[in-house]
Design a protein around this ligand. Structure first.
Ligand code: AHR
Length: 567
């Protein structure tokens, strides 16, 4: 299906404050007078502290985001039941097959900015009776509503992912949101369950996460942090998951009062471990106002009134001015700048985590980075508001750096959703009609599958330096983890655009004789996969042997390597 566009809607993009906040010139690189400097430091020996396990790297950290935007849903996921493109109930089979291979744990839908103008009833029932609307945020594309709740749940089930539903807080009502969750989760004899059954799905769906609005400081608002808290609380209180497996246990008031009187407080409130997790709107990149206001309200809430289980963070990497960074044909300076900005995710998460720690030292509320990725110039010749961009090896490297940062913060970061899954921004997959190609970012996600639900293992090493002019970045970034079978995995990114890195690695308490895995690299950092050359950037086998008790790993320039340590 092709999306028709009407030439309106650019103001909606300007309302997307994530863009505005990051419209900051990138740091100047290599502009100061050259000073004599010693040769860049080489990476030093790496030790995996296998005897000091950290937090579990929640598999939902490898989550995805699929918005009604450009060709993200229509063409990218949904082709319709009568399409000549092979499909199951309208959902394209090639995309499903590719996503299954990276074990997508969770998908956020329907937006994004789209969510705060989405009315779920437009997207249920017989396809020919659904309302046609216009996507006011994204190029005024015609929205046929053919892909609605039941189609999304079918898609999530086909790829084996959990559902993360963003309800409309901006222009919807609490009742509308509750009716939607009731439609998805109620069991017979509820009327909502009968309606869902009539639409083909008698059994209640599972909704693992519920987003309470999106960017309420931007396209989903505009609300100050305090105004958002006031708006959000009734959604957190009144929107109920009725799926018997997910409903919260009834509150035992006698126990609660006793707990409160004996100082255990609201933390003692029982919670169904399978209960739906509510995610409040949180910060726009470095702005801490939402973090503080939402967490303060959470801390001072009455336990029987409302709660949240997650706080959202949106943080994109833009390179130059928003949407000016070319996706290909860039030089080393631009490569370096993009990686430098990407590494800014670390301090950003640390900053918001510190605010959260003030109110929630036990880390009960998760930080959910539910929009992140590189946001580049749109592919020439495409509608700019469809955010269709190419995806190079540089983007794969940026993805690995972000995933490493999330893993290092796994005690607080419980879910992330890269923007976006297909055909939009830093996507896994690009399609054009019946053609499909997997991006370097996809390849990184595939290589990182062993880290899903693995236990983080700290590492110590000197990362070395990748220098450009007088600026420098760490040369090598790495994480390690132990999977459920006790196998130790190591992911290493060599950021250096020119030079290989030789690094020796060992793990305390583990005698590794060899390491086996894959490496992702290409001759140029702007290499891409195309429909004609789909494997230009594809993982190749990688192995290393131990010498004198340490593994010797040879990491090519601008590469991502993932290995399993073998005894
Ligand atoms: O991912 C694209 C857009 O970026 C989302 O719709 C919005 O939430 C963010 O600003």
């Amino acid at each position: 299906m092709t999306i028709k566009t009407i030439n309106l809607g650019a103001t909606a993009l300007l309302r997307t404050s994530a863009l505005i906040a990051l419209a900051i010139a990138p740091p100047a690189l290599g502009q100061s007078a050259p000073a004599p400097a010693p040769a860049p430091a080489s990476p030093g020996p790496l030790t995996i502290q296998a005897d000091k396990p950290g937090a579990v790297i929640n598999r939902d950290i490898f989550g995805q985001f699929a918005e009604h935007l450009g060709l993200g849903i229509y063409d990218g996921v949904w082709v319709g039941k009568d399409s000549r493109i092979p499909n199951v109930r309208g959902i394209r089979s090639d995309v499903v097959g590719a996503l299954k291979a990276i074990k997508v744990p969770v998908v956020r839908w329907p937006g994004g900015c789209f969510a705060d103008e989405y009315h779920w009833r437009d997207g249920i029932g017989p396809a020919d009776k659904r309302r046609t609307t216009v996507n006011t945020n994204w190029g005024m594309s015609v929205e046929p509503n053919t892909f609605g709740t039941d189609e999304f749940m079918d898609f999530a089930s086909q790829i084996g992912a959990e559902a993360y539903i963003s309800v409309n807080v901006g222009s919807g009502t609490v009742k509308e949101a509750n009716d939607w969750v009731e439609y998805m989760t109620a069991a017979a004899p509820a009327t909502a369950a009968a309606e869902r059954a009539a639409n083909g799905h008698p059994a209640p769906y599972k909704v693992k996460y519920l987003g309470l609005g999106n960017e309420s400081w931007g396209c989903g608002g505009p609300f100050t942090a305090d105004e958002y808290v006031t708006n959000m609380k009734p959604f957190a209180h009144f929107v109920h998951n009725q799926n018997p497996a997910q409903a919260d246990p009834a509150i035992d008031f006698t126990k609660l009062i006793n707990d409160l009187m004996t100082g255990k407080g609201m933390d003692a409130l029982p919670r169904n471990p399978n209960g739906m997790m509510r995610v409040a709107v949180g910060p726009n990149s470095l702005d801490g106002s939402y973090t503080d206001a939402v967490m303060k309200a959470w801390k001072t809430r009455s336990p029987i009134d409302w709660s949240i289980e997650g706080l959202s963070l949106h943080h994109y990497t833009y390179g130059g001015l928003p949407m000016s960074e070319p996706a290909t044909g860039f030089g080393e300076k631009q490569y370096f700048t993009m990686l430098k900005q990407t590494l800014g995710m670390e301090s950003n998460i640390a900053m918001h985590s510190a605010i959260m720690d003030k109110y929630d030292p036990k880390k009960t509320v998760g930080l959910m980075v539910d929009e992140w990725g590189v946001w580049l110039k749109a592919t020439p010749g495409t509608e700019p508001l469809h955010l269709r961009q190419q995806n190079s090896l540089r983007d794969g490297i940026a993805a690995s750096l972000n995933l490493n940062i999330f893993a290092r913060h796994a005690d607080r970061v419980r879910m992330t959703n890269i923007a976006q899954m297909v055909n939009v921004l830093q996507s896994m997959i690009i399609t054009d009609g019946e053609k499909m190609v997997l991006t370097p970012t996809y390849q990184v996600y595939k290589m990182y599958v062993p880290f899903q639900d693995a236990t983080f293992l700290p590492i110590t090493f000197n990362s070395g330096e990748y220098r450009l002019g007088t600026a420098s970045l760490p040369k090598v970034d790495a994480i390690a983890a132990k999977d459920k079978d006790g196998k130790v995995w190591l992911a290493l990114t060599n950021l250096d655009g020119n030079n290989a890195a030789d690094i020796s690695a060992s793990a305390a308490g583990v005698t590794a004789k060899s390491a086996i895995g894959e490496v992702l690299t290409a001759d140029r950092v702007d290499s891409i996969n195309t429909f004609d050359t789909p494997n230009a950037v594809a993982p190749k086998p990688f192995s290393a042997k131990a010498a004198n008790g340490s593994l010797v790993l040879h990491l090519p320039p601008h590469s991502v390597t993932v290995v399993r340590l073998d005894k």
